[in-house]
Design a protein. Structure first.
Length: 145
């Protein structure tokens, strides 16, 4: 896992929408693509993210109208990672920022996304001795906190 890079496990199935898109249109596209987030853009540059959790906490719970523009509920600034960074670095960002979805950005363009589920999948692959090594690394990192 030390030599596994973001670009190797990222999903390339990423939805981007302009900041003026309605939250209903974004939600419909998310459902159609069966994905849990959307990247919000302005002039084709990524500026924020909206996740399923945002639809619960910022739309349903607040009673926002479905024609609300997506930028009104996005999380910004966008936290991202470069494709050549390691999975350990991605895991650290997810943990430190307390997020579950991490866009992979190259040259100001979103090329993929890593989720906590992706990290779990990569950790669950391998032999028992490999898993023991991974668990030991995780425990060592937790002790440093």
């Amino acid at each position: 896992m030390d030599n596994t890079f973001a670009e190797q496990i990222m999903s390339k199935n990423v939805l981007t929408v302009d900041k003026t898109t309605s939250i209903q249109e974004a939600a419909l596209n998310m459902r159609k693509l069966q994905i849990g987030c959307v990247i919000v853009t302005e002039d084709s540059k990524p500026i924020g993210i909206v996740t399923e959790r945002d639809f619960v906490t910022k739309v349903a719970a607040d009673g926002r109208p479905l024609f609300t523009e997506i930028h009104e509920i996005m999380s910004s600034p966008l936290i991202s990672i470069d494709p050549e960074k390691t999975i350990w670095e991605a895991s650290e960002i997810l943990k430190r920022k307390r997020i579950h979805k991490l866009p992979v950005k190259e040259d100001e363009k979103i090329v993929g996304i890593i989720t906590t589920s992706d990290i779990i999948k990569i950790c669950s692959i391998g032999s028992d001795s490999e898993m023991r090594k991974i668990c030991d690394q995780i425990l060592l990192r937790m002790e440093k906190e």
